[in-house]
Design a protein around this ligand. Structure first.
Ligand code: DON
Length: 305
């Protein structure tokens, strides 16, 4: 295992120069583009990790898995998927275009920004902080790490600059696709995007999803098997946005990326696999992470798609 992971790391490092760290959230621009780490967690709880394993990054869009899992668990799939669709888009993660063009004006899936914001708006919590704490609690359980916290600088940096997400949310409310206090809902969205994890945390999260909701480290039942089936299906089709098809072809594992540089993969019945590398391609996905996962998937025969 470690040999394959070190080879994958070397492959990933070779392409880091092709990517750039996200700068549209100013605080993310401080990340080191040369960082790359890989971790795996098997379903019997064995963790392996290589590279810059002490680095942490904000999980950004990976948090959408937790808010979706929470929403389906608390409200049921019928309610959630009456508000957001389950189809992939060929558009960027923060695109506004199809929200106006398609009727009903419903976000196409819960993993694009518009869909994730709508999902947060229906969660049965009264204010931003309780909504955020519920998502944080689920992230901690998925990762088996009670010490996970948000990086307050990154959260506030996004909150101060996110005109695009504000536009999406106000547009959605204007067409009746969501209700509520927009600034309060967005505040919990920015806060959950700022949750900070190590590559090991992300591998355990992937393993919990691969293990039908039972965390292989803590043995806690975190999500139901049905919720994990839905999340894995959406990861496989929409997890890397307009890069999801290419990722399915190259890697073949249900996965979710974030602009902090993380990728979480869930290989059902086998393991969680994660990478952390903040140099991103033009779709907001980690260049080194994709390259390393492609190698590892081939070498360890992880492909399920
Ligand atoms: O809303 C945003 O733009 C960020 N907080 C999250 C976007 C993201 O991670 C897209 N993933 N690749």
């Amino acid at each position: 295992m470690l040999q394959a992971m070190n080879e994958a790391l070397a492959r990933g490092k070779k392409v880091l120069h092709l990517g750039q760290v996200a700068t549209y959230i100013p605080e993310l621009g401080k990340a080191d583009p040369n960082t790359l780490a890989i971790a795996t967690c098997t379903l019997d709880g064995k963790i392996s990790q290589v590279g810059d394993v002490d680095k942490k990054a904000t999980i950004q869009s990976i948090s959408k898995i937790a808010s979706l899992g929470l929403a389906i668990s608390e409200l049921g799939e019928e309610k959630v998927f009456s508000k957001v669709g389950v189809d992939p888009t060929a558009d960027p993660f923060n695109s506004i275009m199809r929200l106006e063009m398609r009727k009903p004006h419903r976000p196409q899936n819960p993993l694009i920004n518009a869909g994730a914001i709508v999902v947060l708006s229906i969660l049965p919590y009264h204010d931003s902080n309780s909504r955020f704490l519920a998502v944080l609690n689920l992230v901690r359980k998925l990762c088996g790490n009670e010490k996970i916290e948000a990086n307050e600088q990154v959260y506030l940096s996004e909150k101060a600059t996110s005109d695009r997400n504000r536009s999406l949310a106000y547009f959605l409310r204007s067409v009746g696709a969501m209700e509520g206090d927009i600034e309060d809902i967005l505040d919990s969205y920015f806060h959950q995007c700022g949750i900070e994890c190590s590559v090991k945390d992300l591998a355990v999260m992937g393993a919990t999803l691969a293990n039908d909701g039972i965390n292989p480290i803590t043995n806690e039942k975190v999500l139901s098997p049905r919720v994990c089936v839905l999340i894995r299906a959406l990861m496989a089709t929409c997890g890397l946005y307009d890069g999801s098809g290419e990722f399915a072809v190259r890697v073949g594992i249900p996965a979710k990326s974030g602009v902090g540089g993380g990728i979480v993969g869930a290989v059902p019945g086998k393991m969680g696999v994660a990478t952390l590398g903040p140099a991103l391609d033009d779709k907001g996905n980690s260049v080194g992470g994709i390259e390393a996962m492609e190698y590892l998937s081939e070498k360890l025969k992880l492909r399920v798609l």
